[in-house]
Design a binder for this molecule. Structure first.
Ligand code: ATP
Length: 241
């Protein structure tokens, strides 16, 4: 299998806080990779480093064969990103925002893609409403649409399901599962371990900036355990589940 994402000793230090302390991991093409960890364990920092939003203190990250620190723009032009707690521009409508994304990313069939997302996530009735007047869930739907409009081979998503109701969670899970079946790769961070167990093929557990464990979700289930129980015992024992 081909590694589509590769982090080597990735480290980020803020003053006297080590947000990420030398993480090495690799993600294969076609994986639905779940990055798990308690609050403040370094998940968002990891996603920011992998998408060139911040520079590492040391270590390297290669995404789709490109070194992220030396070519962040190249990496961002290829991948789809949904940052944590991000909202679309308040002064644009969903339609205007998606057209803007379409023109920046030079997407030929943007109208078609846009119509698909309005229909799939059921927010076409809000297409002309300014984003500042949208509910949190609808803004998250729009962030989903912008991330996948160019059909990226790799998408990095920070907490994808937190603002969605159960119906939309099902729909998004179905989309993500189908998307990786087509050979694409998803890297997501989440606190919702039941959903990670349901949809992820691979996982990594971060704790206080350190990688405690990485492996196949099927391996944990095959031992008769739930990912949530495994996660809790790992974090409580500092890595000895
Ligand atoms: N810009 C920053 N300046 C200083 N410290 C930071 C900064 N960004 C993150 N940190 C610190 O780095 C650590 C990891 O934060 P990060 O946001 O990556 O965690 P997380 O796992 O995503 O947490 P959560 O699940 O709560 O969103 C925390 O201690 C956080 O306070």
């Amino acid at each position: 299998m081909t590694a589509i994402l590769d982090a080597r000793n990735l480290t980020k230090v803020y003053g006297d806080t080590t947000a990420l302390g030398g993480v090495t991991l690799s993600v294969e093409q076609g994986a639905l990779f779940g990055l798990l960890g308690p609050n403040g364990s370094g998940k968002t920092t990891m996603i920011k480093l992998l998408t060139g939003q911040i520079r590492p203190s040391s270590g390297t990250a290669t995404v789709l064969g490109r070194d992220v620190a030396s070519d962040p723009v190249g990496v961002r032009s290829l991948v789809g990103i949904i940052p944590e707690q991000e909202t679309p521009p308040s002064f644009l409508t969903p339609e205007e925002y998606l057209r803007l994304v379409g023109s920046i990313r030079r997407i030929p069939d943007v109208e078609e893609g846009m119509a698909w997302w309005f229909d799939y996530l059921e927010f076409g009735d809000k297409r002309h409403v300014l984003c500042k007047d949208l509910s949190r869930g609808t803004r998250q739907k729009l962030m989903f649409a912008q991330a996948f409009l160019h059909r990226p081979v790799l998408a990095l998503i920070d907490e994808p399901l937190i603002n969605f109701d159960p119906i939309m969670q099902e729909r998004v899970k179905e989309f993500l599962a189908g998307y990786v079946k087509e050979g694409n790769t998803i890297f997501l961070s989440t606190h919702i371990l039941e959903i990670a167990e349901e949809i992820c093929s691979d996982f990594a557990v971060l704790h206080r900036g350190e990688l405690l464990s990485t492996g196949k979700v099927a391996g944990v289930i095959g031992e008769g355990r739930h990912l949530g129980d495994y996660f809790l015992s790992l974090v409580r024992t500092g890595g000895h589940a």
